[in-house]
Design a protein around this ligand. Structure first.
Ligand SMILES: [Zn+2]
Length: 92
């Protein structure tokens, strides 16, 4: 099955592109402080809600992991989470 959209995903955000980057702590893998970070979403724990920021390399790694997971879903027939294309269709 042809899935041209799968290989045409946009690049992950990069520091100081047109997104709203700020200087702060990376909440993802590197945990560095005083680096350029981008708000990527919020997290809710049993006791608090917080804003999650990631630096350029960590945002790129996160995007890579999401893409690998999407490929895995599409590779396995009848994957319990459904194929990425089916999920996209459902969300739109
Ligand atoms: Zn980082």
């Amino acid at each position: 099955m042809s899935r041209p959209w799968r290989d045409a995903w946009p690049l992950a955000a990069r520091a100081d592109d047109r997104n709203h980057w700020v200087t702060g702590t990376c909440w993802l893998y590197c945990r560095r402080r005083d680096v350029r970070v981008l708000w990527i979403g919020s997290v809710t724990t049993p006791g608090a809600t917080g804003d999650v920021y990631g630096c350029g390399p960590c945002v790129a790694e996160l995007a890579h992991m999401a893409r690998v997971q999407a490929h895995e879903r599409d590779r396995i027939p009848d994957h319990p989470e459904g194929s990425t294309s089916a999920r996209w269709a459902k969300e739109r």
